[in-house]
Design a protein around this ligand. Structure first.
Ligand code: SAM
Length: 219
């Protein structure tokens, strides 16, 4: 089975463009719409899911929304390969996977003004004070993402960690104060739709943990 039509590896541009130097790399970055157009025939509504894990959400969501073009970004190569196989077995053709750290992929592969929706289900919590900077959602991440999102695009995040929920709300405020105008439009207890059972959602529901969900709009 060939996975090459699904996996979008970090060295994708080296393969496609045969690039050799960092200068070439930056040149490609100036017209990123190229890259997604190479992997999707047409982009109507672009959704990113970061940290898709075993892909439960990605699989169901892509089946339910065949008109969306969905890009999954995951740092674990094992999980990318596992989910690529599941997508292929299920005949899903509106998803592409990027094996990369999210900030790298967003910076180098996602075009400006292209993202309609971003989903992050249960990001790693990094609860220790010394590790807070490792949290995926932070002011710098929101700034990096800002120009990649369309106006009125939405970010959906769920976490089981109340302090992470507060940290995300603070991050939105910090980014806003620096000119990156996001607005928190909803914060509630529970998950968006329990039809989409992810591995971690199942785990936390079993343990009767509270789940916090946040919707953010890019203004
Ligand atoms: C706690 S798991 C949640 C998995 C899945 N969303 C779920 O709900 O079952 C976090 C996932 O995010 C991935 N991840 C963590 N940091 C990441 C990053 N910076 N870029 C891409 N993926 C990341 C991890 O490898 C892991 O699969």
């Amino acid at each position: 089975m060939s996975l090459s039509n699904i996996i979008f590896p970090i060295n994708f541009y080296h393969q496609v463009y045969g690039l050799g130097s960092e200068t070439d790399f930056i040149k490609v970055n100036q017209n990123l719409s190229y890259i997604l157009n190479l992997v999707f025939e047409k982009i109507e509504y672009l959704v990113l899911e970061i940290g898709f894990g075993r892909g439960d959400f990605l699989l169901q969501f892509s089946k339910d929304n065949p008109n969306y073009q969905i890009v999954g970004i995951e740092k674990s190569e094992r999980l990318v390969k596992e989910v690529a196989k599941k997508l292929e077995r299920n005949g899903i053709n509106n998803v592409r996977l990027i094996h990369s750290m999210a900030d790298f992929a967003i910076h180098f592969l996602i075009p400006y003004n292209s993202v309609d929706m971003l989903i992050v289900n249960f990001p790693d919590p990094w609860p220790k004070k010394a590790h807070l900077r490792r949290r995926l959602i932070n002011p710098n991440f929101l700034k990096l993402l800002y120009n990649k999102m369309k106006s009125e695009a939405k970010i959906f995040i769920s976490t089981d960690v109340e302090k992470y929920k507060d940290y995300i709300l603070d991050s939105v405020e910090k980014a806003y104060n620096q000119g990156f105008h996001y607005k928190v439009s909803r914060v509630f207890l529970g998950f968006w739709d329990e039809k989409y059972q992810t591995k971690y959602l199942r785990k936390w529901l079993k343990q009767n943990k509270k789940i916090f969900s946040i919707e953010i709009i890019k203004k």
